[in-house]
Write a protein that binds this ligand. Sequence first.
Ligand SMILES: C[S@@+](CC[C@H](N)C(=O)[O-])C[C@H]1O[C@@H](n2cnc3c(N)ncnc32)[C@H](O)[C@@H]1O
Ligand code: SF4
Length: 381
Amino acid sequence: MRLSVYVHIPYCLQRCRYCDFTTFEQSEIMPPQKYVDMVCAEIRSRQSFWPERELATLYFGGGTPSLLSSDLIVAICQELANVGFQRDETCETTIEINPATLTEEKLTGYLRAGFNRFSVGAQTFNDALLKMCGRKHNASDTRDTLRLLKRYQLNYSFDLLFALPGQTLQDLKLDLEDVAEFAPNHLSAYCLTVPESHPMSLGRPPEDEQVTMFDCIEDSLARNGLLKYEISNFARPGFESRHNLAYWRDISYWGIGLSSHSYARDFGNYGMRFWNPKALPEYGGQILQPDLPPAQREALAEHESLTDFCHMSLRIKLGLFEGALRAKFPRSIATVLPRLEKLVEQGLIAAIPTGWTLTQRGELLSNLVFGELTFLADALG
Ligand SMILES: C[S@@+](CC[C@H](N)C(=O)[O-])C[C@H]1O[C@@H](n2cnc3c(N)ncnc32)[C@H](O)[C@@H]1O
Ligand code: SF4
């Protein structure tokens, strides 16, 4: 099995008002070269943990990786190669790009380093809404970035943010016209999520309108050839994000950099999760240690692994594979099957030849499904 690698780049042009990710305005932290040195040190000290030496996917996310010079991004790719991780042209190699941060020079640097997928944080093409979100780019910057990617005939994805304060269905339809014009191969639709106390929770479309908005996105994308393959991700057939599929299909991934999470599926009986700290000084203090402190590691018990397996599999259209479930959890199958049958009776999941998949009703009420498929230690005896 090949490995998936995520590299976190915590620099941004600005801090968007709604964002909860571990990122900083670029002037607030160390120069990027120093951070990249730390990432390379982490690669050297932790690489021997991973028996898989071929990469299935490599993903630079953030933050805003495209804020850094391409030489720094390439230096991280090179460090992975230096310690023996092989990457050929079949490796899906993605970088997140924010409008107003990509130049042709950077792009050619990425292309020389084998990047073959570009994820563009477009969010919306409405300048007033972009401003309200606290973003520094405008729609014209986004169009320039997309024209450049299009000119090079590249494979790109959009992030589309919706259900913003004051946003109407008509606003969203205008965004979808831009999406159709630029014809991405993939789109991730994010419904704004903020706590109730957040200023951006005021003035948002009511919940039933948010559902209509999501239906509108799904219909418009389907008309343009992008099909839903995960709860909020759409792609032309063959362009599903293989990196994200690794998260959803129980495949090992190594998260490198500040606050990154990793999962080693073959560790112990049920795999192990581990994660880097969110504070830079603490991260910097750990990078030379081959092992993370015990508080940042968690060997999964059977009930935790089973819960993850069911939740993650049901996010994607292909659903929960019965064969894989039986193979990984032979002892628990008698506990799981009656719960799945109950969900089928409730119309929340459907039995399909390979196993089970969420129904449309199940997607809307996914909390009920995930609640039923959350297993406590005593449930498995
Ligand atoms: C980690 S961000 C990285 C992408 C890039 N930095 C950007 O913002 O354009 C990935 C995506 O998460 C989404 N996102 C961030 N905060 C969110 C929130 N509070 N609610 C919903 N989506 C959010 C945005 O659409 C963003 O494009
Ligand atoms: S650019 Fe992206 S990662 Fe950075 S603050 Fe905004 S949403 Fe968060």
